[in-house]
Design a protein around this ligand. Structure first.
Ligand code: SAH
Length: 215
């Protein structure tokens, strides 16, 4: 039942243009989203909507948003990725699939209960060797393992937190929602030859980024 629903979800994301590459398509066909949502929600796991995951009103992002971010990230095998806002662990699992066994994903959440759940979900699908789940304030990044080839956030800051720019490799790409309420956009920051190139994709909604460099 879940396999068929997942295939249909992916087909829709391909025909609506959110999924563009075979790599992202394969990742979303492979990683079971239903494992990452609470038991009673599993039968709705392949609807293209955000869903509550507990932790005081937090949500797993809608699949089209995850697909859009994954396409913008251009993940390659062997890359090191930092995620701010682990939530259920779904997006981190997709990134881990895309960077392969030689790559690594560090994902942080500021809600401990969510990090515990995410660790369980990730272990359940056998990707625990590639993903470190940490309970901390991710607005400061994670200097211990910097720099990162890619940085992504699933929560919205007032502006791109400076520590995240500092911890981005050159060349590297960061995708960070900025703004508040319903006036948010996805900031795409590319670091290359010591310069920053920034683009903005408006019309997104994420939960607020808390912590020192969030708001
Ligand atoms: N990527 C997630 C979606 C997470 S929703 C998934 O695939 O399920 C955004 C998450 O950001 C929430 O869980 C929230 O607790 C977290 N968050 C908010 N501010 C944070 C901060 N400063 N550091 C780390 N996580 C933060």
């Amino acid at each position: 039942m879940h396999d068929t629903a997942r295939k249909q979800m992916v087909e829709k994301l391909v025909s609506s243009g959110y999924i563009k590459t075979d790599e992202v398509r394969q990742a979303m066909e492979t990683i079971p989203r239903h494992i990452f949502v609470p038991g009673e929600m599993q039968r709705y796991a392949y609807a293209d909507t955000p869903m509550p995951i507990g932790g005081g009103g937090q949500t797993i992002s809608a699949p089209h948003m995850v697909a859009m971010m994954l396409e913008l990230m251009e993940l390659e095998k062997g890359m090191t990725v930092l995620e701010i806002g682990c939530g259920s662990g779904y997006h981190a699992a997709l990134a881990a699939y895309l960077v392969g066994a030689q790559g690594h994903v560090y994902t942080i959440d500021i809600v401990e209960e969510l990090t515990e759940n995410a660790k369980r979900h990730i272990a359940q699908i056998g990707l625990h060797d590639r993903i470190d789940v940490l309970f901390a304030d991710g607005s400061k990044g994670l200097p211990e393992h910097a720099p990162y080839d890619r940085i992504m956030a699933a929560c919205s800051a007032s502006k791109v937190p400076q520590p995240l720019i500092d911890q981005l490799k050159d060349p590297g790409i960061a995708i960070i929602p900025v703004g508040s309420g319903y006036t948010q956009s996805l900031a795409y920051v590319k670091k290359i030859d010591g310069e920053l190139i920034e683009k903005n994709y408006p019309g997104v909604v994420f939960v607020p980024m808390r912590g020192e460099f969030g708001r």
